[in-house]
Design a protein around this ligand. Structure first.
Ligand code: SF4
Length: 361
Protein backbone atom coordinates (compact mmCIF):
# COMPACT_ATOMS: atom_id res chain seq x y z
CA UNK A 1 0.00 0.00 0.00
CA UNK A 2 1.34 3.45 -0.88
CA UNK A 3 2.07 5.70 2.08
CA UNK A 4 -0.25 8.69 2.36
CA UNK A 5 1.30 11.85 1.01
CA UNK A 6 2.31 14.56 3.41
CA UNK A 7 -0.42 17.20 3.53
CA UNK A 8 1.33 20.58 3.38
CA UNK A 9 -1.50 22.15 5.41
CA UNK A 10 -0.40 19.93 8.31
CA UNK A 11 2.88 21.83 8.57
CA UNK A 12 3.69 24.94 10.54
CA UNK A 13 6.14 27.35 8.94
CA UNK A 14 8.88 25.87 11.13
CA UNK A 15 7.95 22.33 10.02
CA UNK A 16 8.16 23.44 6.39
CA UNK A 17 11.59 24.98 6.94
CA UNK A 18 12.74 21.73 8.57
CA UNK A 19 11.41 19.69 5.64
CA UNK A 20 13.28 21.82 3.13
CA UNK A 21 16.43 21.57 5.23
CA UNK A 22 16.13 17.78 5.19
CA UNK A 23 15.61 17.84 1.45
CA UNK A 24 18.60 20.17 1.09
CA UNK A 25 16.57 22.85 -0.63
CA UNK A 26 17.17 26.50 0.07
CA UNK A 27 15.09 27.95 2.95
CA UNK A 28 14.14 30.71 0.52
CA UNK A 29 12.03 28.16 -1.35
CA UNK A 30 10.29 27.16 1.89
CA UNK A 31 9.35 30.80 2.41
CA UNK A 32 8.07 31.02 -1.17
CA UNK A 33 6.03 27.86 -0.78
CA UNK A 34 4.51 29.15 2.46
CA UNK A 35 3.57 32.40 0.74
CA UNK A 36 2.02 30.51 -2.16
CA UNK A 37 -0.02 28.39 0.26
CA UNK A 38 -1.28 31.10 2.59
CA UNK A 39 -0.93 34.46 0.82
CA UNK A 40 -1.62 33.50 -2.78
CA UNK A 41 -3.84 30.62 -1.59
CA UNK A 42 -2.51 28.47 -4.43
CA UNK A 43 -4.34 25.19 -4.94
CA UNK A 44 -1.76 23.46 -7.13
CA UNK A 45 1.99 23.37 -7.67
CA UNK A 46 1.41 24.73 -11.19
CA UNK A 47 0.45 28.01 -9.56
CA UNK A 48 3.95 28.33 -8.06
CA UNK A 49 6.18 29.50 -10.94
CA UNK A 50 8.84 30.95 -8.65
CA UNK A 51 9.69 27.52 -7.25
CA UNK A 52 12.41 25.73 -9.25
CA UNK A 53 11.22 22.73 -11.27
CA UNK A 54 13.13 20.25 -9.08
CA UNK A 55 11.44 21.59 -5.93
CA UNK A 56 8.02 21.37 -7.54
CA UNK A 57 8.78 17.87 -8.80
CA UNK A 58 9.67 16.65 -5.31
CA UNK A 59 6.66 18.37 -3.78
CA UNK A 60 4.39 16.79 -6.42
CA UNK A 61 5.89 13.36 -5.80
CA UNK A 62 5.80 13.36 -1.99
CA UNK A 63 3.28 15.90 -0.76
CA UNK A 64 -0.16 17.23 -1.50
CA UNK A 65 -1.92 20.53 -1.01
CA UNK A 66 -4.85 19.30 1.02
CA UNK A 67 -7.48 21.37 -0.77
CA UNK A 68 -10.96 20.06 -0.04
CA UNK A 69 -13.30 19.35 -2.94
CA UNK A 70 -16.70 20.99 -2.77
CA UNK A 71 -19.50 18.42 -2.94
CA UNK A 72 -22.21 21.01 -2.45
CA UNK A 73 -22.45 24.74 -1.87
CA UNK A 74 -25.61 26.36 -0.53
CA UNK A 75 -26.42 30.03 -0.01
CA UNK A 76 -28.94 31.22 2.55
CA UNK A 77 -31.83 33.27 1.23
CA UNK A 78 -30.62 36.38 3.09
CA UNK A 79 -27.24 36.12 1.31
CA UNK A 80 -25.24 36.28 4.55
CA UNK A 81 -24.36 32.63 4.91
CA UNK A 82 -22.81 30.08 2.60
CA UNK A 83 -22.48 26.44 3.61
CA UNK A 84 -19.96 24.10 2.02
CA UNK A 85 -20.15 20.35 2.05
CA UNK A 86 -16.51 19.38 1.64
CA UNK A 87 -15.01 16.02 0.75
CA UNK A 88 -11.95 14.77 2.63
CA UNK A 89 -9.24 12.66 1.00
CA UNK A 90 -10.78 9.42 2.33
CA UNK A 91 -14.21 10.33 1.00
CA UNK A 92 -15.67 11.42 4.36
CA UNK A 93 -17.59 14.68 4.30
CA UNK A 94 -17.73 17.68 6.60
CA UNK A 95 -19.49 21.03 6.59
CA UNK A 96 -17.92 24.48 6.83
CA UNK A 97 -19.84 27.74 6.97
CA UNK A 98 -18.93 31.23 5.80
CA UNK A 99 -20.89 33.85 7.70
CA UNK A 100 -21.05 37.54 6.95
CA UNK A 101 -21.97 39.85 9.77
CA UNK A 102 -21.83 43.61 9.45
CA UNK A 103 -18.17 44.42 8.90
CA UNK A 104 -16.75 40.94 9.48
CA UNK A 105 -16.51 37.52 7.93
CA UNK A 106 -16.36 34.41 10.05
CA UNK A 107 -15.49 30.86 9.10
CA UNK A 108 -17.21 28.22 11.19
CA UNK A 109 -15.03 25.14 10.84
CA UNK A 110 -15.42 21.50 11.84
CA UNK A 111 -12.98 19.57 13.99
CA UNK A 112 -14.32 16.03 13.55
CA UNK A 113 -16.39 13.95 11.16
CA UNK A 114 -19.53 13.69 13.29
CA UNK A 115 -19.31 14.00 17.05
CA UNK A 116 -19.21 11.64 20.00
CA UNK A 117 -20.87 14.00 22.49
CA UNK A 118 -24.46 13.26 21.49
CA UNK A 119 -26.15 16.55 22.46
CA UNK A 120 -29.81 15.75 21.86
CA UNK A 121 -30.71 18.89 19.91
CA UNK A 122 -27.68 18.81 17.60
CA UNK A 123 -27.73 17.29 14.13
CA UNK A 124 -24.01 16.45 14.30
CA UNK A 125 -24.52 14.69 17.63
CA UNK A 126 -27.43 12.78 16.10
CA UNK A 127 -25.15 11.39 13.34
CA UNK A 128 -22.55 9.95 15.75
CA UNK A 129 -18.77 10.01 15.63
CA UNK A 130 -16.66 8.82 12.69
CA UNK A 131 -13.17 10.27 13.18
CA UNK A 132 -11.00 13.21 14.19
CA UNK A 133 -9.89 15.70 11.56
CA UNK A 134 -6.18 16.22 11.04
CA UNK A 135 -4.70 19.72 11.55
CA UNK A 136 -4.41 20.05 7.78
CA UNK A 137 -8.09 19.25 7.29
CA UNK A 138 -9.01 21.97 9.78
CA UNK A 139 -6.64 24.49 8.18
CA UNK A 140 -7.93 23.58 4.71
CA UNK A 141 -11.44 24.70 5.71
CA UNK A 142 -10.18 28.16 6.65
CA UNK A 143 -8.16 28.32 3.44
CA UNK A 144 -11.28 27.34 1.51
CA UNK A 145 -13.22 30.23 3.01
CA UNK A 146 -10.30 32.63 2.44
CA UNK A 147 -10.20 31.56 -1.21
CA UNK A 148 -13.93 32.02 -1.56
CA UNK A 149 -13.60 35.56 -0.23
CA UNK A 150 -10.84 36.26 -2.71
CA UNK A 151 -13.03 35.01 -5.54
CA UNK A 152 -16.00 37.16 -4.62
CA UNK A 153 -13.89 40.29 -4.18
CA UNK A 154 -14.87 42.67 -6.94
CA UNK A 155 -11.92 44.02 -8.86
CA UNK A 156 -13.61 46.15 -11.51
CA UNK A 157 -11.01 47.45 -13.92
CA UNK A 158 -12.56 50.92 -14.00
CA UNK A 159 -11.94 51.44 -10.29
CA UNK A 160 -8.62 53.03 -9.54
CA UNK A 161 -6.49 51.27 -6.92
CA UNK A 162 -6.82 54.20 -4.54
CA UNK A 163 -10.60 53.95 -4.47
CA UNK A 164 -10.75 50.21 -4.41
CA UNK A 165 -12.27 48.81 -1.24
CA UNK A 166 -9.90 46.56 0.69
CA UNK A 167 -10.63 42.92 -0.07
CA UNK A 168 -12.62 41.14 2.64
CA UNK A 169 -10.23 39.03 4.64
CA UNK A 170 -10.91 36.07 6.79
CA UNK A 171 -10.55 37.54 10.27
CA UNK A 172 -12.62 35.30 12.51
CA UNK A 173 -12.59 31.56 12.92
CA UNK A 174 -14.95 29.72 15.23
CA UNK A 175 -14.51 26.04 15.98
CA UNK A 176 -18.23 25.51 16.27
CA UNK A 177 -18.82 23.31 13.24
CA UNK A 178 -19.10 19.55 13.38
CA UNK A 179 -17.32 17.96 16.33
CA UNK A 180 -16.08 18.74 19.82
CA UNK A 181 -12.75 20.57 19.41
CA UNK A 182 -11.40 19.62 22.84
CA UNK A 183 -11.99 15.93 22.04
CA UNK A 184 -9.44 16.45 19.23
CA UNK A 185 -7.20 18.72 21.26
CA UNK A 186 -3.76 18.25 19.70
CA UNK A 187 -4.90 18.54 16.10
CA UNK A 188 -7.02 21.60 16.86
CA UNK A 189 -4.20 23.42 18.67
CA UNK A 190 -1.76 22.57 15.89
CA UNK A 191 -4.24 23.93 13.33
CA UNK A 192 -4.73 27.10 15.38
CA UNK A 193 -0.96 27.64 15.44
CA UNK A 194 -0.98 27.53 11.62
CA UNK A 195 -4.04 29.81 11.31
CA UNK A 196 -2.44 32.36 13.63
CA UNK A 197 0.92 32.56 11.85
CA UNK A 198 1.39 36.26 11.19
CA UNK A 199 3.12 35.48 7.87
CA UNK A 200 0.20 33.39 6.70
CA UNK A 201 -3.54 33.59 7.24
CA UNK A 202 -2.76 35.71 10.31
CA UNK A 203 -6.03 35.15 12.14
CA UNK A 204 -5.50 36.85 15.49
CA UNK A 205 -5.79 34.60 18.57
CA UNK A 206 -8.51 36.82 19.99
CA UNK A 207 -10.52 36.25 16.82
CA UNK A 208 -10.50 32.50 17.22
CA UNK A 209 -13.15 30.89 19.42
CA UNK A 210 -13.16 27.32 20.61
CA UNK A 211 -16.49 25.95 21.65
CA UNK A 212 -16.70 23.03 24.05
CA UNK A 213 -19.64 21.20 25.49
CA UNK A 214 -17.66 20.80 28.70
CA UNK A 215 -14.65 18.53 28.21
CA UNK A 216 -13.11 19.27 31.59
CA UNK A 217 -9.57 17.92 30.95
CA UNK A 218 -9.39 20.02 27.78
CA UNK A 219 -10.46 23.19 29.59
CA UNK A 220 -7.82 22.62 32.27
CA UNK A 221 -5.19 21.96 29.62
CA UNK A 222 -6.09 25.18 27.80
CA UNK A 223 -5.61 27.01 31.10
CA UNK A 224 -2.32 25.31 31.92
CA UNK A 225 -0.96 25.99 28.44
CA UNK A 226 -2.24 29.59 28.53
CA UNK A 227 -3.82 29.26 25.10
CA UNK A 228 -4.86 32.74 24.03
CA UNK A 229 -8.00 32.00 21.98
CA UNK A 230 -11.52 32.62 23.28
CA UNK A 231 -13.35 29.84 25.00
CA UNK A 232 -17.07 29.22 24.73
CA UNK A 233 -18.67 26.64 26.99
CA UNK A 234 -22.04 25.20 26.01
CA UNK A 235 -23.99 25.18 29.24
CA UNK A 236 -27.68 24.92 28.23
CA UNK A 237 -28.79 24.02 31.77
CA UNK A 238 -27.89 25.15 35.27
CA UNK A 239 -28.57 21.94 37.16
CA UNK A 240 -26.87 18.59 36.68
CA UNK A 241 -30.19 16.79 36.15
CA UNK A 242 -31.42 19.17 33.44
CA UNK A 243 -28.01 19.29 31.78
CA UNK A 244 -27.62 15.52 31.50
CA UNK A 245 -30.95 15.41 29.67
CA UNK A 246 -29.61 17.74 26.97
CA UNK A 247 -25.89 16.99 27.03
CA UNK A 248 -25.30 13.31 27.86
CA UNK A 249 -21.55 13.84 28.28
CA UNK A 250 -22.39 15.76 31.46
CA UNK A 251 -22.56 12.32 33.11
CA UNK A 252 -18.83 12.02 32.58
CA UNK A 253 -18.00 15.60 33.50
CA UNK A 254 -20.73 16.77 35.91
CA UNK A 255 -21.74 20.39 36.21
CA UNK A 256 -19.85 21.05 39.46
CA UNK A 257 -16.62 19.72 37.92
CA UNK A 258 -17.23 21.77 34.79
CA UNK A 259 -17.78 24.97 36.76
CA UNK A 260 -14.65 24.31 38.85
CA UNK A 261 -12.67 23.91 35.61
CA UNK A 262 -14.15 27.13 34.23
CA UNK A 263 -13.21 28.96 37.41
CA UNK A 264 -9.64 27.62 37.16
CA UNK A 265 -9.50 28.63 33.50
CA UNK A 266 -10.58 32.19 34.21
CA UNK A 267 -8.26 32.49 37.21
CA UNK A 268 -5.23 31.17 35.33
CA UNK A 269 -5.80 33.02 32.06
CA UNK A 270 -7.55 36.15 33.32
CA UNK A 271 -10.09 35.70 30.52
CA UNK A 272 -13.84 35.57 30.58
CA UNK A 273 -15.68 32.61 29.16
CA UNK A 274 -18.62 32.82 26.80
CA UNK A 275 -21.38 30.56 28.08
CA UNK A 276 -23.68 29.30 25.35
CA UNK A 277 -27.30 28.70 26.19
CA UNK A 278 -29.56 27.18 23.56
CA UNK A 279 -33.01 28.54 24.35
CA UNK A 280 -35.62 25.80 24.07
CA UNK A 281 -39.21 26.80 24.67
CA UNK A 282 -40.54 25.54 27.96
CA UNK A 283 -37.37 23.58 28.73
CA UNK A 284 -34.75 26.06 29.80
CA UNK A 285 -36.12 29.52 29.02
CA UNK A 286 -38.24 30.51 32.03
CA UNK A 287 -37.39 33.32 34.48
CA UNK A 288 -36.42 30.61 37.01
CA UNK A 289 -33.92 29.21 34.53
CA UNK A 290 -32.48 32.69 33.95
CA UNK A 291 -32.03 33.14 37.71
CA UNK A 292 -30.38 29.72 37.98
CA UNK A 293 -27.84 30.73 35.31
CA UNK A 294 -27.26 34.02 37.10
CA UNK A 295 -26.56 32.24 40.39
CA UNK A 296 -24.34 29.64 38.72
CA UNK A 297 -22.15 32.24 37.03
CA UNK A 298 -22.10 34.73 39.91
CA UNK A 299 -18.59 36.09 40.45
CA UNK A 300 -17.19 34.58 37.25
CA UNK A 301 -15.93 36.68 34.32
CA UNK A 302 -18.67 35.62 31.94
CA UNK A 303 -20.86 36.54 29.02
CA UNK A 304 -23.91 34.51 28.10
CA UNK A 305 -24.71 33.85 24.45
CA UNK A 306 -28.36 32.99 24.07
CA UNK A 307 -29.11 30.93 20.97
CA UNK A 308 -32.75 30.26 20.13
CA UNK A 309 -32.88 26.57 19.20
CA UNK A 310 -32.30 25.83 15.55
CA UNK A 311 -34.51 23.08 14.21
CA UNK A 312 -33.13 19.59 13.49
CA UNK A 313 -34.97 16.52 12.32
CA UNK A 314 -33.97 14.45 15.34
CA UNK A 315 -35.20 16.79 18.09
CA UNK A 316 -38.75 17.91 18.68
CA UNK A 317 -38.09 21.06 20.75
CA UNK A 318 -39.06 24.53 19.56
CA UNK A 319 -37.10 27.78 19.79
CA UNK A 320 -37.90 30.33 22.44
CA UNK A 321 -39.88 33.34 21.22
CA UNK A 322 -38.14 36.66 20.95
CA UNK A 323 -40.07 38.14 23.88
CA UNK A 324 -39.09 35.31 26.21
CA UNK A 325 -35.46 35.59 25.06
CA UNK A 326 -35.52 39.31 25.88
CA UNK A 327 -37.06 38.61 29.29
CA UNK A 328 -34.31 36.06 29.99
CA UNK A 329 -31.68 38.58 28.99
CA UNK A 330 -33.21 41.30 31.15
CA UNK A 331 -33.15 39.10 34.25
CA UNK A 332 -29.47 38.31 33.68
CA UNK A 333 -28.68 42.02 33.29
CA UNK A 334 -30.92 43.53 36.00
CA UNK A 335 -30.59 40.94 38.73
CA UNK A 336 -27.09 39.61 38.12
CA UNK A 337 -25.30 42.30 36.05
CA UNK A 338 -24.45 39.50 33.65
CA UNK A 339 -23.89 40.61 30.03
CA UNK A 340 -25.55 38.55 27.34
CA UNK A 341 -26.34 38.57 23.65
CA UNK A 342 -29.00 36.86 21.63
CA UNK A 343 -27.17 35.23 18.74
CA UNK A 344 -28.05 36.62 15.32
CA UNK A 345 -29.66 33.73 13.51
CA UNK A 346 -27.89 33.00 10.29
CA UNK A 347 -28.34 30.34 7.64
CA UNK A 348 -31.26 28.54 9.28
CA UNK A 349 -32.94 27.95 5.92
CA UNK A 350 -29.89 26.02 4.69
CA UNK A 351 -29.32 24.19 8.01
CA UNK A 352 -26.10 26.11 8.63
CA UNK A 353 -27.04 27.43 12.07
CA UNK A 354 -25.66 26.26 15.41
CA UNK A 355 -26.38 22.57 15.95
CA UNK A 356 -27.66 22.02 12.43
CA UNK A 357 -24.53 20.77 10.67
CA UNK A 358 -24.70 17.16 9.59
CA UNK A 359 -23.84 14.94 6.71
CA UNK A 360 -26.35 12.42 5.43
CA UNK A 361 -24.97 8.89 5.54
S1 SF4 B 1 -23.41 20.52 20.05
FE1 SF4 B 1 -21.21 20.32 19.58
S2 SF4 B 1 -20.50 18.87 21.13
FE2 SF4 B 1 -22.73 18.65 21.09
S3 SF4 B 1 -23.11 16.98 19.63
FE3 SF4 B 1 -23.19 18.92 18.48
S4 SF4 B 1 -21.14 19.18 17.63
FE4 SF4 B 1 -20.99 17.68 19.30
Amino acid sequence: MRAARLNLYDLTRTDLQALFLRWEFSPVHAVRLWNYLYLALAASFDEMPELPAKVRARLSAETSIGTLAVALETDSSDGFTRKYLLTLADGEKIETVLMRFSGRVTACVSSQVGCAMGCVFCATGQMGYTRHLTPGEIVAQAVHVARALKLVTPHPSHVTPRREAPPPRLRNVVLMGMGEPLHNYDAVMHAIDILRDSSGLAVAAERITLSTVGVVPGILRLAAEQRPSHLAVSLHAATQEERVALVPVAKKWPLDELMAACRTYSEQTGRKIFYEWTLIEGKNDTPEHARAVGRLLRGLPAQVNLIPLNPTVGYAGTPTHTEAAKRFQKILADEFQLPSTVRQRRGIDIAAGCGQLAVAN
